[in-house]
Design a protein around this ligand. Structure first.
Ligand code: TMP
Length: 212
């Protein structure tokens, strides 16, 4: 394998119940099997400060206004980029993250209706790293929710939003994928889990052959 001056950043995005966890586990195994150092993380979270912010953000007991929600997402992200992602990429490691800045454009931009210009400004200032590859696991909102319901457990503050919120989130993700076709790969996550995993691994393989 050729050595890269810099590692690679791969993000996985999607709505609720899209199957990100299984996709990430399969990707992790495939990357590690190639002997690459892999750092896996998630957003919001991934650092002690970020995980504390995550708890605050997802606790249904809090009423959080859209602006605070966006700023807290970026507070966690600024910490993650500086503490974890940038150092890993600099030493040539690969980073696999469960969500990144696209989620803020989809949830706070699409879902909450915050002007994209504010989000773009925060991105430039606080977290100016773009993934090399973003997988969007795209699934119908009702189907995603049915999967969530099947899993049981309490819904977090954001999962409690109404269906139209998630329709706007999905539409915003899809718009971003259309706008940046070189970076995004859209996976039909309505398929059975094995088919989704196979599609995810095929995308990863294609990216790996481009990069190595
Ligand atoms: P998760 O359930 O995929 O771990 O993500 C936590 C929740 O946070 C999920 O509902 C999506 C939401 N989120 C945002 O609203 N904006 C963001 O920037 C990120 C990273 C996540």
């Amino acid at each position: 394998m050729k050595a890269h001056a810099r590692g690679r950043l791969i993000s996985v995005e999607g709505g609720e119940g899209a199957g990100k966890s299984s996709a990430m586990a399969a990707m992790r195994a495939a990357i590690v099997a190639r002997g690459v150092e892999l750092v896996q993380t998630r957003e919001p979270g991934g650092t002690p400060v970020g995980e504390a912010i995550r708890q605050l953000l997802l606790d249904p007991a809090h009423g959080i206004v859209a602006e605070s929600e966006l700023l807290l997402m970026f507070a966690a992200r600024a910490q993650l980029v500086r503490e974890v992602i940038a150092p890993a990429l600099q030493r040539g490691a690969w980073v696999l993250t469960d969500r990144f800045t696209d989620a803020s454009f989809a949830y706070q931009g699409g879902g909450r209706g915050i002007d994209e210009a504010h989000i773009a400004e925060l991105e430039r200032w606080a977290a100016a790293i773009k993934p090399d590859l973003t997988l969007l696991l795209d699934v119908d909102v009702q189907q995603g929710h049915a999967r969530l319901a099947g899993r049981g457990g309490d819904r977090d503050r954001i999962e409690r939003e109404r269906e139209d919120f998630f329709e706007r989130v999905r539409a915003a993700y899809r718009r971003r994928a259309v706008a940046e076709p070189q970076r995004f790969r859209v996976i039909d996550a309505s398929q059975a889990r094995e088919a989704v995993t196979a599609a995810v691994l095929a995308v990863l393989d294609e990216a790996l052959s481009r990069w190595t």
